[in-house]
Design a protein around this ligand. Structure first.
Ligand code: SF4
Ligand code: SF4
Length: 498
């Protein structure tokens, strides 16, 4: 067992209000420079919808992530050797139209316009050409399902739905949507890293943050195709690739990343997970696809297990980090409660950002303003939800509908239980019966409710103290021991060393 530490996150989608504050916090800090105009390291999409860049989930188009060929895992874009022999040919890149042409408004015209009959206006001007543009796309073009029959219908996660299910989903009076904020997942098996011909992408030893060395990057842009989440971007001004850095200067000083800190819905959690780096290849190669989520849960180790603690110490993980892993809200959501799930596990990059799926699709019967528990089987409603379970499973459980149902059942049971206790409009005995059917104890329900609805800052953000100076010192003493171990194409971060 080779124990490593990873700073990981959970986004609770039931709480996201789609305000985009997170995107602006990130943009103000990192991407308000020349060459980054179109970049949103953090973006928020409406689902169903095609997202940003448009159709990013379509790996036939972009060839991102990994595929299993027999028992062997290989980047869809091809291995490094093949890429090196074909450096000038990559037809799988998103183009500007897939993102959008960045624009601003001609504000000075409001002040400088000559006197006229009509009040002056601030027309949109392209940030690329400086000319007037007709806005035809944007990073949140699907927002709140605007124009959904045109855009959201192209969402490839709807492919497996029957025509009848699609029609029901888009019937205007039944329209339903939710938001999904996206940043780099700081994957354990990053697709971006595996295809970089310059070896410029690396996973930091101490916390697993995936970064692009601006010195080594030669701007080949294979990482842009290789990331199935389209979370690496090309800066046309510097000629280098860039991506979310998980605000490492902030987390190293104990502050949550800007998008987490500013999140209005308080949907974001950050903390440490311990994992077994020896099993990355085995877990990422799990078959069938529907087993991937369960497999990914297995790679995460129990930080309270004495054997794990002892191996973690041998790997040079300090007691303060182990303690942070034991208090990690991520461990609770992902492993203990099995509520948070990776987005598109079938890309096989082992993403380390997890989502609690939204409960919104569950339709409860309602009588005179109250949930009608008496009419029977509430869990039966999960299958009849407005957003088909098949669709949710495509997003969050590599097609495994049971995993989604189980998470929704638990969320539903906890909600009913809390309502029965605090509002009193639901019979407590019936709520308890739902809980036991969902496999959730009263104690766990209290913990889930507390961390979901009433978390303090210190509950949501459990960041370990960094010892950056030690890592730098070790690197200076022995740079080779800190090289990325890129063998199979996986990037296993170096041990923190004692
Ligand atoms: S999401 Fe994963 S594959 Fe994409 S840039 Fe981040 S680490 Fe790389
Ligand atoms: S700030 Fe929070 S609530 Fe608002 S869109 Fe971003 S993730 Fe959602």
């Amino acid at each position: 067992m080779d124990v490593r530490a990873q700073v990981s996150s959970v986004f609770h989608l039931d709480k996201c209000i789609g305000c985009h504050t997170c995107s602006l916090a990130c943009n103000n800090l990192w991407t308000s420079r020349e060459g980054t105009e179109y970049m949103w390291w953090n973006n928020v999409e409406t689902k169903p919808g095609t997202g940003y860049p448009t159709l990013w989930e379509d790996q036939e188009k972009y060839r991102g992530g990994w595929e299993l060929k027999g028992n062997s895992l290989k980047p869809r874009l091809g291995r490094r050797l093949g890429i090196l022999t074909n450096l000038f040919y990559n037809p799988y890149l998103p183009i500007m139209d897939d993102y959008y042409e960045p624009w601003t408004y001609q504000y000075e015209h409001l002040f400088n316009a000559p006197p006229g009959e009509a009040p002056p206006t601030a027309r949109a001007i392209s940030k690329v050409t400086g000319r007037h543009v007709e806005i035809e796309a944007g990073p949140n073009w699907d927002d709140d399902l605007s124009g959904s029959s045109i855009y959201a219908r192209n969402d490839i996660n709807l492919n497996e739905l029957t025509e009848e299910e699609r029609t029901a989903l888009f019937r205007i009076e039944q329209m339903v949507f939710f938001y999904i904020p996206r940043i780099c997942n700081h994957c354990l098996n990053p697709g971006c890293l595996a295809v970089c011909p310059s070896g410029a992408i690396y996973k930091r030893g101490e916390d697993g943050v995936v970064l692009v060395s601006q010195e080594k990057c030669r701007g080949w842009r294979f990482c842009v195709s290789g990331c199935p989440y389209k979370k690496t971007y090309y800066n046309w001004a510097t000629g280098k690739a860039e991506k979310c850095i998980l605000c490492y200067p902030r987390i190293e000083t104990g502050q949550a990343p800007a998008c987490f800190h500013s999140c209005v819905g308080r949907i974001r959690y950050i903390g440490v997970l311990l994992y077994d780096a020896d099993r990355i290849e085995e877990i990422a190669s799990s078959s069938p696809e529907s087993e991937l989520v369960a497999a990914q849960r297995r790679i995460i180790l129990d930080p309270n297990d004495p054997a794990v603690v002892s191996d973690a110490r041998k790997s040079g993980i300090g007691d303060d980090w182990i303690k942070a892993a034991q208090k990690s809200p991520i461990y609770k959501f992902v492993k203990e409660w099995e509520l948070a799930l990776p987005l598109h596990a079938e890309f096989r990059t082992l993403p380390m950002l997890f989502y609690v799926p939204p409960l919104l699709p569950v339709i409860a019967s309602n009588r005179e303003g109250n949930y009608d528990l008496a009419s029977g089987d509430f869990f039966a409603n999960i299958g009849n939800s407005r957003v088909p379970i098949k669709y949710m499973a495509r997003l969050f459980s590599a097609g495994n509908e049971e995993i989604i149902k189980s998470a929704l059942r638990k969320l539903w049971a906890v909600r009913n239980y809390q309502q029965a206790k605090s509002v009193g409009n639901i019979d407590l005995k019936q709520a308890e019966a739902l809980m036991s059917e969902a496999g959730c104890s009263a104690e766990t329900a209290e913990q889930i409710a507390r961390l979901t609805a009433l978390p303090r800052f210190s509950d949501r953000f459990v960041l370990p103290p960094y010892h950056r100076e030690e890592s730098i010192e070790q690197f200076m003493q022995d740079p080779l021991a800190h090289r990325n171990q890129v063998g199979f194409g996986l990037n296993i971060p170096p041990r923190r060393g004692p």
